[in-house]
Design a protein around this ligand. Structure first.
Ligand SMILES: Cc1cc2nc3c(=O)[nH]c(=O)nc-3n(C[C@H](O)[C@H](O)[C@H](O)COP(=O)(O)O)c2cc1C
Length: 187
């Protein structure tokens, strides 16, 4: 039996990222869990339009997406509770830049991406940003055969219902493979 939960968005868990941008020459960061993949190089961000970081994304047409590991949970949560309008968050991390030059990336995050803004949709309360990844940087210790190994990265997963950060579990099956064994039941 199912219970109807109103119009609750139940699309959780989602990976927690720290999104960076340069606002009036100063790097700023926001913790963002409402992000998604539009296509293999396309990233979407749903960001409340009151956030300072949005200003930098619009100003420069660039942003970074940094993936904190489990050991960065406290600073990730802090960034998500304090606005750059109240506290300068630019010195919380060691920063580096790629070819876009205005997308501040976080050295302490083992995987980071610099993105250029390709679409900006103004929703009533939120900015929907669509970015294209132009550069991806990863610490070698989270790679297996040159690819990001999520078991090594240990990303933070965000769940709205429990309001908790979760960690990854075990793999279940191989994609584009296990379905080959599936036999539809005939009624
Ligand atoms: C776990 C977590 C997830 C968050 N996800 C989002 C999100 O997806 N979209 C959003 O607009 N704000 C989100 N926030 C809130 C922003 O990170 C927060 O308001 C931040 O202080 C904005 O900083 P800024 O004003 O310097 O840009 C989240 C906060 C936390 C703690």
């Amino acid at each position: 039996m199912k219970e109807k939960l109103g119009s609750t968005n139940a699309l959780y868990p989602l990976v927690t990222a720290i999104v960076g941008a340069t606002v009036d020459g100063t790097p700023d960061f926001a913790t963002i869990a409402h992000l998604g993949i539009a296509h293999l190089r396309g990233i979407t961000l749903g960001m409340g339009n009151v956030h300072l970081t949005n200003k930098g994304i619009i100003e420069n047409g660039t942003f970074s997406v940094n993936l904190p590991s489990e050991d960065m949970v406290a600073v990730t949560d802090h960034i998500g509770m304090v606005s750059g309008a109240k506290e300068d968050k630019s010195s919380l991390f060691e920063l580096f830049y790629g070819e876009l030059e205005t997308a501040p990336m976080i050295e302490e995050c083992k995987v980071t991406m610099e993105c250029k803004l390709v679409e900006h949709v103004r929703l009533p309360t939120h900015d929907l940003f669509v970015g294209e990844v132009v550069g991806t940087y990863a610490d070698v210790d989270v790679l297996t055969n040159g690819l990001v190994d999520i078991a090594k990265l240990k990303p933070l997963l965000f769940d709205m219902a429990s309001k908790k950060y979760w960690s990854l579990g075990e793999p279940v099956a191989k994609c584009w493979s296990v379905g080959k064994e599936y036999a539809p039941q005939s009624s």
